[in-house]
Every structure is written in structure tokens, then in C-alpha cells.
Design a protein around this ligand. Structure first.
Ligand SMILES: Cc1ncc(COP(=O)(O)O)c(C=O)c1O
Length: 437
């Protein structure tokens, strides 16, 4: 029996008001824009979502990892309201504004790269990745791009090419961008990879003197919350130095405090050349950025990178408050606490249910991989989907992930309370019991 304090399911899902929106969606919105939740949101606060019919859910998806400081964070809302009273848009490259520069200063101060560091802002994670590659190409005057197994870097042409999973991200969308080469990423639960394997694969695929850039997620996000062994990122740094290419960490999902450090790479003894950020940096307002060594960042010609809405004033004001919130609200410690509490629940599920093959993560970036059999580790994709949907219909939103779609993951707002975590976990437990008894 779930003791409900924060969740409430008072209609069928979708309820009548949500159903009316879905009926209109079916008529006017393109089919590939598929939606996950069987309800339509009306309002949200912190980690709680209320739908149009008054049903309430605990959101462990955090808008797919965009809401580390919580939905409608009070500081962010106040700054946005203030900005509304000043101006909405100019395009920073037409008429510049201070919040763009202030944000760059604050973000650079948070970035543990020695020497002079600079930033540039865009709109989406994919754009940050594309711009990091452009900057690296301009700097090295080389072309080739190295990426990894299980990577997700976005949906624009180059970012889609850099992404691993074909279905759904690449289906019918070729031809893909040239000069992108994929290397093995260690997946401790499934396969061992050595630094030598990675270098040998690199040398077999491309002349290293043609490589401009290597882009890697310090912890794999969409590909299944894979935490690499400690040697991995430093080994990539060595390869970058040996062959003279730029090392980019894609922190779009793992960054902005999710893992208990501001950037996930800070858990490993390594320094990148460039970092991509997006998602939680804007607290729900579209914003992305590339931050890195000034010598590399300054390489493209003036106006070589940019974009009409890149680093728009609302987004920069929100992001400045996000950075401040990390200091005032101690969110890095909170990420560790939230992660430990959720991990405890996941480990208890693993003791009880053989289908939970692996529980893993860093800080609040926690996931569990479901398998049909612990010996063969055959992915249990359908079961993961059924459990996540059961929980969704019962009041807790959990996204799934992974090349095989069999990882239940958590991208919850770091401001979630302990009681909310426990209620959400009771709902997840109920979903396990319902599907496995
Ligand atoms: C690691 C990583 N890079 C890039 C992206 C693309 O970001 P966006 O959807 O904002 O383009 C994502 C999105 O999930 C991501 O997780």
C-alpha cells in the first residue's frame, strides 16, 4: 500500500482535459513528435508535476535532466520576471548585453581548466556539440571526429552522426556526416576495454594526424548511465596529447551538478580542452555553451560561430541564478545525498528481484539495468518499459535509457525531498511487484 502525500491519481489517464489535448495533438502535431506521459501538464513546482485533471506525479525525469535546480526555482523566476521588464532579445552579436558576459565570467570561474578559459553560448546541446567540433577543426586545421560506443550527442546532422543508436535517432535520416569514427567505451557490467584496445581501434580507422577532435561523455547518459573506470578519461587525455587533437567532454547530461561535482569529469583525474553544457544550465530555458581553453576557443574567425538566439538574455539570466543556487543551496552535497538515497532503494530492489542486473551511477545520476537472466545478461527491454509505464500511471515518472532500452534511470531535480524520493520509490517497487509476481 503506497502512502500518498505528494501523488494523487484521481481520474483515468489521460483524464478528460488531457484527452482533449491528445485528440487535438493527433490531428495537428506530426507523428514523430511522440510523447511519453499519458497526461498533459498544467503546473509544476520542485519535483512535483500536476496535470490538467488534477492528478499529481513525482517527476524523476526532471524534464530529461534539465531541472537540477528544480522546476520554477524561485531565484530563476525572479530573474526572468526582472528581465521581462528590460528587454527580450537583440542577438548578442548585434547589440550586446551584460548577462551574456556575466554568465561567461561565472561559468569560467567554475571550470577547473588551468590558464585562460573562455565561453560561447548557443541554444541546444546538439548545437554546443556541433560548435565544439567546429572550434576544434578551426584550431587543429584537421577534419576527423572520434566518438564512442553508446554515445548520444543530439539530433542535428553531425550530432546525429556522432550518436550511436540507430533506432530511432538515425532511421531514414542518412546520408550521415563524413569523417566520424567510433571507438569502444568501457561498459564495466558488459565488456572490458583497455586503453590499448582504444588506441588500436583508432589507428585502424583513421590516420591520427587527421583527427581534429575526440568527443566523449564522461558518464554516458542516453546510452545507459555507464560510469567508466578511473583510467578511461586520463587515457583519452594521453591520446589527445600524443596525436595532437582536441579533447571535448560532452557534459550536457552529466554536468551542472548532477553527479555531485559541478562537472562529472571532476571525479576523474583529467582536464579536457573544451566542455559542452546545456540542459540544466538553463533551468528550463533553452541554453547551451562551450567552455574551454582560450587558445582553442579563439581559433574560429570572428562571427564564424554564433546563432540568432544563442545565449539569449532570458536564458543567461536563468543560468546566472542556477550557478548562484549551487552556492546558496548546497546542491552538490544534495546531489550526493539524493543519489545515495535512491541507490539504497535500487539496491534493495536488486536484492529482491533477479531482473535487476546492475545498479550504477555517480551522485544523482543513478540507473538500474534490467536483464532477463543475470548469467546471460540478456537485456529486458520490454520489462523495463512495462515497469516504467506502470510507475508512470501510478504517480512517478521514470525515464528509460540504454542502447537496449533496458535501463531505468533517474534525472530528478536535486531539490526533491527525502519523503518525495521515498514515495516515488514505493511506487516503483509497486510496479516491480505488479510485473514480477
Ligand atoms: C550527452 C548529450 N549530449 C547532447 C545532447 C543533445 O542535447 P539537445 O537535445 O539539447 O540538443 C543530449 C541530450 O539528451 C545529451 O544527453
Amino acid at each position: 500500500m503506497i502512502e500518498r502525500r505528494f501523488t494523487r491519481i484521481q481520474t483515468e489517464l489521460p483524464g478528460p482535459k488531457s484527452a482533449a489535448v491528445f485528440a487535438k495533438k493527433a490531428k495537428y502535431v506530426a507523428v514523430p513528435i511522440e510523447t511519453y506521459a499519458p497526461f498533459v501538464i498544467d503546473r509544476s513546482e520542485g519535483a512535483i508535476v500536476e496535470d490538467l485533471d488534477g492528478n499529481r506525479f513525482i517527476d524523476f525525469s526532471g524534464g530529461w535532466g534539465c531541472l537540477n535546480v528544480g522546476q520554477r526555482n524561485a531565484r530563476v523566476i525572479a530573474a526572468l520576471k526582472d528581465q521581462l521588464d528590460h528587454f527580450l532579445h537583440t542577438d548578442f552579436t548585434a547589440v550586446p548585453y551584460a548577462p551574456f558576459v556575466d554568465l561567461a565570467e561565472l561559468l569560467v570561474a567554475r571550470t577547473p581548466i588551468p590558464g585562460e578559459v573562455k565561453a560561447a553560448f548557443f541554444n541546444s546541446g546538439a548545437e554546443a556539440v556541433e560548435n565544439a567540433v567546429k572550434i576544434a577543426r578551426a584550431y587543429t586545421k584537421r577534419k576527423a571526429v572520434l566518438v564512442f560506443d553508446n554515445a548520444f550527442h543530439g539530433r542535428t546532422l553531425l550530432a546525429m552522426t556522432m550518436t550511436h543508436k540507430a533506432n530511432p535517432y538515425k532511421m531514414g535520416f542518412g546520408p550521415f556526416a563524413p569523417d566520424v569514427y567510433r571507438l569502444p567505451y568501457p561498459y564495466p557490467y558488459r565488456n572490458d576495454v583497455t586503453a590499448d584496445d582504444i588506441e588500436q581501434r583508432l589507428l585502424s580507422l583513421v590516420d591520427p594526424s587527421e583527427v581534429a577532435v575526440m568527443v566523449v561523455e564522461p558518464v554516458i547518459g542516453e546510452g545507459g548511465f555507464i560510469v567508466p573506470p578511473d583510467w578511461f578519461l586520463p587515457a583519452l587525455r594521453k591520446l589527445a596529447d600524443k596525436y595532437g587533437f582536441v579533447l571535448v567532454f560532452d557534459e550536457v547530461q552529466s554536468g551542472i551538478g548532477r553527479t555531485g561535482k559541478f562537472f562529472a569529469f571532476e571525479h576523474f583525474n583529467v582536464i579536457p580542452d573544451l566542455i559542452c553544457v546545456a540542459k540544466s544550465i538553463g533551468a528550463g530555458v533553452p541554453l547551451s555553451g562551450v567552455i574551454g581553453k582560450a587558445t582553442v576557443m579563439d581559433a574560429p574567425v570572428p562571427n564564424g560561430i554564433g546563432g540568432t538566439y544563442g545565449g539569449n538574455p532570458l536564458a543567461c539570466r536563468a543560468a546566472i541564478e542556477v550557478l548562484k543556487a549551487f552556492d546558496t543551496d548546497n546542491l552538490l552535497d544534495r546531489a550526493v545525498h539524493v543519489g545515495n538515497r535512491i541507490k539504497g532503494h535500487f539496491l534493495r530492489l536488486q536484492e529482491r528481484y533477479a531482473v535487476v542486473g546492475d545498479v550504477r551511477g555517480l551522485g544523482a545520476m543513478i540507473g538500474m539495468e534490467l536483464v532477463a537472466d543475470r548469467a546471460t545478461k540478456q537485456p529486458a527491454k520490454e520489462l523495463a518499459g512495462e515497469i516504467a509505464h506502470h510507475a508512470l500511471r501510478n504517480g512517478a515518472i521514470f525515464p528509460t535509457a540504454g542502447l537496449y532500452g533496458n535501463v531505468i534511470r533517474v534525472l530528478v531535480s536535486l531539490v526533491i525531498t527525502d519523503d518525495q524520493i521515498d514515495e516515488g520509490m514505493a511506487i516503483l517497487e509497486d510496479a516491480f511487484a505488479a510485473n514480477l509476481s
